[in-house]
Write a protein that binds this ligand. Structure first.
Ligand SMILES: *Cc1c(COP(=O)(O)O)cnc(C)c1O
Length: 379
């Protein structure tokens, strides 16, 4: 059977050929005026994606590098930080903080739950000496999105800094950094940006910058003071070709418009959730978002993902850690059309059937189609 590859995993996600071709351009020296001009223009343009007027720094790392940057620049060893842990990536915040000997006050939840404003208010009340709160906007290990807009209201007019991991959440979920008053937002290229892995982002407002200035910054490579000093150039060798690609990606995002990008993810999320439920399966998350859909798997998830990938060319993800076998995750993130969603659901139905699950082939697809049709044609 002919096989085409379709990435429906929550990173890496598909990259359009227009962007791939930018990466094939000649590599010029990163300190030339010609390149610094491109970098400067790109760094200005990407503010739109964060809905901010604040500076955004590009790091040559995966998303985790941006998480580490936020931690090490904002909190000193021995200082307290409140960290929401409701899945793999919340736990990562805590692991990084502990590696830098930060005093972690954890809001620990079951995977699949979403932190509430009340929980954060309580943690802040009980820990008036904690000046930074680390959250995960879209917890990719559980498909859960938090009410970031209202959480930001708790910290907005205080001296507490709100940091969010929007590595997967940015572009897929509405996020208005300045309007909502989120102080630090981090993201990563291989999620909603339509880019390959290799760069990450950190946007930081004035309130958070004051804290950076008074902190020790116990990292050499991820020291934001060095980034600010050399801006718009990077302190280290910039990944030149990835910046060409980023430049193109942001132009495409601007042309589509953030509202449209958010609406697209919302529609695909709704279609996928509807399809999965029509197949008689259950969602894992208590507050599902539009980055990905996490599903309680009726079969060992590794077997399912293997058939989908090896036989049908569709890459989805199994669960992580303790949910490795009992959950699968279909992403609807990045450069995807409504037809890609249908392909994904079709491959899921075939593979489930093949593994002996009693599903009616076409039932998920037609449920998804109905949602997509209304969203695309029916308006
Ligand atoms: C993908 C992801 C990360 C970072 O992962 P990397 O592999 O380092 O790029 C961090 N947080 C969330 C929520 C993610 O989805």
């Amino acid at each position: 059977m002919v096989k085409k590859h379709l990435l429906l995993a929550p990173g890496p996600t598909p990259v359009p050929h227009e962007i791939l071709l930018e990466g094939a351009k000649e590599t010029i020296h990163h300190r030339t005026p010609e390149f610094v001009k491109i970098l400067e223009e790109t760094l200005e343009d990407i503010k739109y994606v964060f809905q901010t007027q604040n500076p955004v720094y590009v790091l040559a790392s995966s998303g985790t590098g941006a998480l580490e940057t936020a931690v090490v620049n904002l909190v000193n060893p021995g200082e307290k930080a409140i960290i929401v842990e409701a899945g793999k990536f919340g736990e990562r915040w805590a692991e990084i903080a502990k590696a830098y000997r930060i005093n972690v006050v954890s809001i620990k939840l079951e995977w699949g739950e979403a932190v509430t404003c009340e929980m954060i208010r309580k943690a802040l009340d009980e820990n008036p000496d904690a000046k930074v709160v680390f959250t995960t906007y879209s917890e990719t290990s559980t498909g859960t999105v938090i009410d970031l807009e209202n959480i930001a209201k708790l910290t907005k007019d205080t001296d507490v800094i709100l940091v969010t991991d929007a590595v997967s959440g940015l572009l897929a979920e509405p996020l208005k950094m300045d309007e909502w008053g989120v102080d630090v937002v981090v993201s990563g290229a291989q999620k909603g940006w339509m880019l390959p892995p290799g760069i990450a982002f950190i946007a930081i407002n004035d309130k958070a910058w004051k804290k950076v200035e008074s902190s020790q910054n116990n990292s050499y490579y991820f020291n934001l003071k060095k980034y600010k000093k050399s801006a718009p150039d990077n302190p280290w060798t910039t990944p030149v070709n990835l910046i060409y690609m980023l430049n193109k990606a942001v132009k495409m995002i601007k042309e589509e418009g953030m509202e449209e990008v958010w609406a697209r993810h919302k529609l695909y999320g709704e279609a996928t959730r509807t399809a999965v439920k029509a197949l008689g399966l259950e969602l894992f998350s208590k507050r599902p978002g539009n980055v990905l859909t996490a599903v309680n798997s009726p079969v060992p998830a590794g077997k399912l993902t293997k058939i989908m990938r090896d036989k049908y060319g569709v890459t989805i993800a199994a669960g992580q850690d303790q949910y490795k076998d009992s959950m699968f995750r279909i992403s609807h993130l990045g450069y995807l059309t409504p037809f890609d969603i249908i392909t994904g659901i079709t491959a899921l139905e075939f593979a489930l059937k093949e593994l002996g699950v009693d599903v009616q082939v076409g039932k998920g697809v037609s449920a998804a189609l109905e949602v997509l049709y209304k969203g695309v044609v029916g308006k």
